[in-house]
Each structure stands twice: as C-alpha cells, then as structure tokens.
Design a protein around this ligand. Structure first.
Ligand SMILES: Cc1ncc(COP(=O)(O)O)c(C=O)c1O
Length: 429
C-alpha cells in the first residue's frame, strides 16, 4: 500500500479484485447451498465503477439499477438484461421505456406506475416484466412481536418506497388483468441498516403470508421473490460503531434465516418456492477498498489536550461519515501493530471540521506517513463530492502483481471545466 501511495499519490482508493470475487462467491454459495434457485443482483449504487461492474458480471451477477445511469453501466459491462431490475420510487418514462424494450424487470412502486408501464408496453407492442414492491412489515401484527421487531414494523419512515398490504393486493389484481404486463413476482428491501438476521426472518415470514394472501385472493403465486439487499459485512462501518464492538451476522446466517423461513413457510402452505433474487450492495464491495491518505501537519496546542492529525483525504471522499455517522477504522499503512499511544482527531482539508475519525487511538504517527481508511468500497466513491473544489481521488484495482488505474485522479482543470461563464460576463478588450 505504501508503494501504491508513493507511485499513484494520495488520496487513493485501492480496490482488491480478489476480495471482490471472494465476496461474490461466498455470498452466492451462502444462498445457493440453502435455497434451490438463486440469483445475485449486485446493487450498482454501492459502487458504480465500470471495472467493479465488469468483475461482478463475470462472476455471474445480475444487477439492481436505480435510473438510466446504473442501467447503462450494467449493460456496458455486458450484464444480461434478464438479470437486471429497475428500482425507484418515481421512475422516468425514458427509464420505463428502456426497461420494457430490453426485457429488464421493473420493480413497481406505485399503482399509477403500473398503469403507465402497461400503456408504454402496449404502445410498443411489447410485454413489461414486473415485480410489485411490497412493504413487508405492513403485513405484521406489531402487538404480537418482540419490542425490537415491533419498532421495525411500526417504523413508517421508509414508506417512500413500496406498497402496503391493501395496495399490494389491489395492484396484483390489476397487474394480472393488464394484458401488456407480465406480473412475475414480488420485491422487498429491508432498508434500515440492520446487522442482525431478526428483521430478515420477520420480513421473510411476512412475505410467505403475503404470498398466501395473494394466492387465496387471486389464485396467483410469484415465480420470483426479490428480497433486496441490506446485508452488513464483518466490520459494519454503517453501524457507526467500532468494528468488533457489536454483533454482525455472517452472510451464511442471513442466507440461512431467509432460506429456511421461506422454504418452511412455502412447504407449510403448499406454495412453490419462488426463484430467489438477492440484491447485495455493501456486502459485496465495502471491504474491497481502502482509502490511502498522507499525514500532513500534526497539531497540538499548548492550551489544549487535543491532537489534530491533518490528512489529504477528506470526508468529501467518505461522505457517509458526516451524513450518516459511519465509523471507518483508520490504521497506519506501516507498523499497524505499534502500540496505540495516541488519541487523535483525523481531519481532512475541507473548510468544515472534515472529521474523518474522532478521538481515535493510533500509534504515534509522523508527518509523511500513510494511513488507510478501511471499508470504503461501498457508498464512498459513489458519494464523492467536490466541495471546496477538491478533485476526486484516483482508484486503482489490484490483482496479484497487477495494478490498474480504474479511475484517473481528477485535476483542478477538470473540476472547473464543467462550469460556464456566460460571454456577457467576460471583460472585453
Ligand atoms: C432496492 C435496493 N436494493 C439493494 C440495495 C443495496 O443495499 P445494501 O448496500 O445495504 O446491500 C439498496 C440500497 O439502498 C436498495 O435500495
């Protein structure tokens, strides 16, 4: 890592191809060894780099696409369209048209969207493949649940997406009646970040209930159940807690709970288990990438106990730290096992506090050393901002001895190139 930092400069994202392939294979094996028919759809939003997309496509992943950009990304990486889904709470006509034209499955979020899709497909003399996005906890009886699960079931803060129990039943009835719509299945996403399996067990059980109700009311059963993403990986920066300080489920235990709940539920109600689609994002990419940064000025004022370690990476490059309180481990690239005798704030160069790590135990570090900010493969590069006109870092992909730049370092010229000063404002002469 120190060699890479010296060769390519800092800040620098470094992604491990081997870790990415291992993550994919482990995730696929976890589900495929427990459930008869499984497809993994990588959630492109977590990291939309074209090289990452190409690798997961090579491994066999389909994709969850929000918007035309993510759809195009997946197509350019030669991902077969029948393994793609289009998600979103307010999809544009151009997105819907493209999905219908390509045979991409649309996860429908609203009854009116279903009508629009039907009209577009009819006009194109085509059939639209759709799943209905279900709010699984709308099928729960909160009073019968443990307090923790009842809190989840009663939390309506994510109702921006999906349809509740009565809306799903009405939409399924309508979709079946629409000749230009092929209602394939159901979709859910346990969107609040959860590092344990309990919400997934509940959601899976409720989806069995949903399937039973649809079968009994309409005689229809889904051939696909897309259970979305939301699976933490070991160090779980999204929790906002230090790695190792809390329980985090393994992908095998997520797969176990989901598969056994669905299979037992289907068997108990005489339902054919649908094909299972899984949309992991952060679980596949988070721990593939570190952000290397160089230590600059270290400040200790005579009147204060605080040590400020200035680095050249910024929260601009790990935006979910200030946005959502993610906790990323920060370790020195050399001598990571030195005694951690220093407690310091690690801060970036932008004009906010730019606090990357607060009161962190670190070894005694010196200016010029490199630090690695861990687990930034998911939702860091995807969220980069250019606040203070700071150019975005480069990204390199490492595979054994091979190192490739998969995103060049941006220059200040490039940052400014996208801006236009109207001619009338230019000083003449
Ligand atoms: C519909 C859907 N699927 C999958 C994901 C990926 O989630 P995660 O990265 O937590 O696995 C998201 C994240 O927002 C999502 O909205």
């Amino acid at each position: 890592l120190a060699d890479l930092a010296a060769r390519f400069g800092t800040p620098l994202y470094v992604t491990s191809e081997r870790q990415l392939r291992e993550n994919y294979r482990r995730t696929y094996a976890a589900f495929a060894s427990r459930y008869p028919d499984v497809r993994i759809l990588y959630a492109n939003k977590a990291n939309g780099n074209a090289a990452i997309r190409t690798i997961v496509t090579q491994e066999g992943a389909g994709g969850d696409c929000f918007g035309l950009g993510e759809l195009e990304l997946a197509l350019r990486a030669a991902t077969p369209p029948d393994g793609l889904v289009l998600n979103g709470s307010n999809k544009g006509l151009d997105e819907l048209q493209k999905a219908i034209e390509l045979g991409v499955t649309i996860n429908v979020d609203h009854p009116d969207e279903l009508e629009t899709i039907a009209k577009l497909a009819e006009t194109a003399h085509n059939t639209a493949k759709v799943n209905l996005r279900v709010l699984p906890f709308s099928f729960a009886d909160p009073e019968s649940l443990d307090p923790d699960l009842a809190t989840i079931a009663l939390d309506r803060s994510h109702d921006k997406w999906g349809m509740d129990r009565p809306t799903v039943l009405a939409s399924a009835r309508r979709a079946i009646a629409l000749p230009s719509v092929d209602l394939r299945g159901l979709h859910i996403h346990v969107s609040r970040l959860r590092s344990t399996t309990a919400p997934f067990a509940l959601a899976s059980a409720l989806m069995v209930q949903c399937m039973v109700e649809l079968r009994d009311a309409l005689g229809w059963t889904p051939s696909v159940l897309d259970i979305g993403g939301g699976f933490a990986h070991e160090r779980d920066p999204e929790s906002g807690k230090p790695a190792g300080s809390h329980a985090v489920a393994t992908i095998e235990s997520y797969a176990d709970v989901i598969s056994s709940t669905l299979l037992q539920g289907c068997a108990a109600h005489d339902l054919e288990p649908p094909q299972l689609w899984v949309e992991p994002g952060r679980r596949l990419v988070s721990n593939t990438t570190v952000l290397l940064t160089r230590v600059g000025l270290i400040k200790r004022l005579p009147t204060s106990d605080t040590t400020w370690v200035n680095v050249d990476a910024s929260t601009n490059h790990v935006m979910r730290i200030p946005l959502q309180g993610y906790h990323h481990e920060v370790v020195p690239v050399r001598g990571a096992n030195r005694i951690r005798s220093l407690v310091a704030n690690v801060v970036g160069p932008n004009c906010t506090l730019d606090l990357i790590a607060e009161e962190r135990a670190l070894p005694c570090i010196s200016p010029g050393e490199y630090l690695a900010i861990l687990d930034v493969g998911g939702y860091a590069e995807a969220f980069v901002t250019r606040f203070n006109l700071i150019p975005r870092p480069a990204t390199v992909l490492v595979a054994g001895d091979c190192v490739d730049v998969i995103r060049p370092r941006e220059t200040v010229d490039e940052v400014l190139a996208g801006q236009i000063v109207p001619d009338r404002l230019r000083v003449s002469g």
